[in-house]
Write a protein that binds this ligand. Sequence first.
Ligand code: B12
Ligand code: SF4
Length: 616
Amino acid sequence: MRGIRKFTFVEPKSERPNVYSGIHIPRTGAVLLATLLRQAGYETKVFCEDIASLDAEELFSADAVGISSLTNTARAGYAIAARCRERGIPVVMGGTHATFLAEEALDYADFVVKGEGEAPLLELLEALRGGGSFEDIPNLSYWSGGRAGRGRKVHNPNRAFVRDLDALPIPDFGLVHGWGKGCITSIMTSRGCPYDCTFCSVTAMLGRGYRCVSEDRVIEELRRYRDRDYVFFCDDNFTVNRRRTKNLLQRKIREGLGMKWSAQVRTEIADDPELLRLMRDSQCFNIYVGFESFNPRTLALYNKRMDVGRIQRSMEIFHKHRIKVHGMFVLGSDADDAESVRNTVHLAKKLDIDTVQFMILTPIPGTVLTEEFRAEERIRTADWNLFDGHYVTYEPRRLTPYELQRETLRAFRKFYSLPRVVGRALRGDKWVALLRLKARRYIKQWRRQNQLFLRRLREEVLAEARRLSAAGRGRRARRVALPKGQLPPTLERFVCSFFRQLGVKVISLEMEGRESLEELAQRAAEALARWRVRVDFLVLPALRPWKISTVASPLLDIPSTPSHAPLLHLPVEADGTPSYPAFARIGMVFTRKVQKVNRAFQSALRELEKTRLPLL
Ligand code: B12
Ligand code: SF4
């Protein structure tokens, strides 16, 4: 391997646009690493594709290339890695995606640096220069033959997190290609988060301990940006240590560092009037708050440790201090159905949150949730481009993927409706009005670009209906027969109620004894023929206990004899509960309105709840 003098970083742009696509904020990682390498004598530069396109000639003149990765930018990163490696340029990958999927990233890169990259990258470059050994470099994954594809993949264990954050240089954004007007400077004053939300990878990546940059160092960094109008504190949770935050803000005010700022915070700070006053007086412009949901059961499932009442109170208090709020929501937990999602949207509007993002729960690598979903085989795709929070990538429990996608789009549409844009403009709040207008445009564009994706999801719900049509049995169905005593009584009641709500008549067939499904079907068909009763379907228990992972398995048997009614298999999970996503497909055989099916299911459930009987 040739000696490495010039090392170029790339922060790839995701192949699909997301809510942040037009915003020019580089993550601090690559910039910080580039600053560190420059101090160590390397020639270096950062291409942040969200800011300016890659200059291929410049990139391919590097002796080695470092590529940063999020999950939604991983594929773009792999494509750049391939182009570099074709030219014999060694590639090092880092960042959160490569950290948790080092084995995968090594298919595209020569080296992967897991976790915090500062020390491992310097050590790797030293080893490459001086022929040192890779096995002594913690956090490194590599090929035993030194280049991708040579030998076997080796994954070294990780070292402890960086303790002294002050020892790291202040990132020099001047190293970012195309840096200039419109680019947002971020300052990271801490790493890690003491909370542990199930959908978030921060704690696995940076730890649950809260490590801070000293107040002096943060102030020194702020002084550098004295001439800037605005800075973004990109900490995951800027106000964990309130005493420290207050000191920082007091010093910012005292030193006349008057730039506006924003940061990610949690709602608890609304209980601290002193902090809020300091935030306001130190030019806090807006805050990013992970509300996630107004469904208490969802908050509990996310391990958010926050209650809905507190969220509601906090909004009023933030606004009283003239702090704008960007509310971040994650829709689609196992406790979310269409109603709870709509309620969350309704409250977001009612509380007058300034701007919002409604993301779809996404199993990104490195989270508790991802492990759970993987164990339950609920992850639908490994197309990383879809992992930006805008697409359904897993099997939801109380909504079909189609409905969750549609409800999320609806949520955006309702929040960013034209009257709500105009309303803000009339209140003289041009900034929020403009952002809302941009969000509206973005949603329309997203919808246009993803029509095929939406159509595919809809086709999934229509799977049984389509099979019937294909078999020439697609006429409007109105009557089903249900052999009695084959299901637990409460479940039988649920099923009857579900069909009734859909306007479908259920004929109960008195049948004695339990037997195999084939025998049951045969006897039921004979009984119907004997009594000269014509039904559109014979409803039977599912062929096997239903799991959410088997949601796409066929629920319909179409006999070859035209006089025999098709069999509909009732999808019941192992715990005896009816599986909504599968029932939705059954419902679509009787109506084409997915909302009607949803309402029928929910109302049948409510009826059952009234009886207070367990399903089994
Ligand atoms: C600031 C921020 C943003 C900013 C700017 C981000 C940008 N340009 O991509 C905004 C608000 C725009 C944003 C948007 C999004 N973000 Co964001 N964001 C962050 C945040 C809070 C801080 C980033 C940062 O500066 N980190 C600090 C530095 C030090 O860490 P780092 O960049 O990872 O770098 C270190 C290591 O990773 C490694 N490393 C990194 N690159 C390289 C390269 C090489 C060669 C080597 C050797 C090492 C190395 O060394 C670095 C130094 O130790 C992180 C959380 C976090 N703490 O990282 C989430 C985070 C990165 N975002 C996340 C997500 C999901 C998103 C969005 C998809 C949407 C969303 N749901 O909010 C979009 C997508 C943006 C895009 N690029 O497409 C996830 C990513 C998870 C994943 N697996 O993909 C994170 C981890 C948060 C989380 N909830 O888990 N984000
Ligand atoms: S979502 Fe926010 S509060 Fe929760 S663990 Fe991640 S960074 Fe911490």
